[in-house]
Design a protein around this ligand. Structure first.
Ligand SMILES: [Zn+2]
Length: 238
């Protein structure tokens, strides 16, 4: 049994090593947060673009109305100076209408300028946001490549050690191995403790003379009475 315990201790060292490698894989930053940030920026950009399109549509509409108004003013003025209308009241009315139309055209032109300025600013913001996004995207791609490389390296290292583990496990009695696996799962990955100055190396409880004697004499798996881990005494001869 001592021989099996010696193998189990080696197996545990290997398992701990593989556990650490797996932990490293789990702790690798896949770039999820960068991705989320990019997606948020992209959504914001899409919103700004949609608003820009709305304003653009408003501007087009406004331009058409301005053209329309200009045409109406032109026709009214042609009417006014055609000499066709002779009634002074009618002429006065027409003149008044033209005056009003010109005033509203002026107001529309001011509004138009304001819209164009706003569009100019938005266009600038959109261009800048797009450049920022492209840059962030490149940073993300580089990060992902790096992540994939690190992950692949760790995974191939894990695969290599799993091969070693299989060879080692094949040398251990199946019942002993099963007990080890069970304890390892239940006790946070550590199923084997070493006897160190008559104490359990994991929970540090002093082992009773009875347990120490059993370790020496019995061909059985002996567990620490306190933490339940299988005991291995390196001082005992193979
Ligand atoms: Zn213990």
């Amino acid at each position: 049994m001592h021989h099996h315990m010696s193998l189990l201790r080696d197996l545990q060292a290997l398992d701990h090593y593989i556990d650490r490698l797996r932990q490293e894989v789990a702790e690798l930053d896949s770039g999820e947060r960068i991705r989320e940030k990019i997606e948020r920026s992209r959504r914001r950009l899409e919103e700004v673009k949609a608003r820009y399109q709305e304003i653009h549509a408003t501007a087009t509409d406004q331009e058409l109305r301005l053209q329309d108004l200009g045409e109406r003013i032109r026709r009214a003025e042609a009417d006014l100076y055609s000499g066709r209308i002779t009634n002074p009241r009618e002429l006065q009315l027409l003149q008044h209408e033209i005056e009003q139309a010109k005033q509203s055209r002026e107001a529309m032109e001011v509004e138009m300028l304001r819209i164009w300025e706003r569009m100019e600013t938005m266009k600038h913001d959109i261009d800048e946001a797009e450049r920022d996004l492209q840059y962030a995207e490149r940073v993300y791609q580089a990060h992902v490549e790096d992540y994939n490389q690190r992950k692949a390296a760790l995974e191939s290292e894990i695969a290599f050690h799993l091969g070693e583990r299989a060879e080692l496990a094949a040398q251990i009695d199946p019942d002993v191995l099963a007990r080890y696996e069970q304890l390892r799962q239940r006790l946070g990955g550590t199923a084997v403790a070493v006897v160190e100055q008559k104490a359990c190396s994991v929970c540090h409880t002093l082992l009773t003379p009875y347990i120490l004697k059993r370790l020496q004499n019995e061909d059985a798996l002996i567990a620490c009475e306190s933490c339940g881990r299988l005991l291995y005494d390196p001082m005992l001869a193979e």
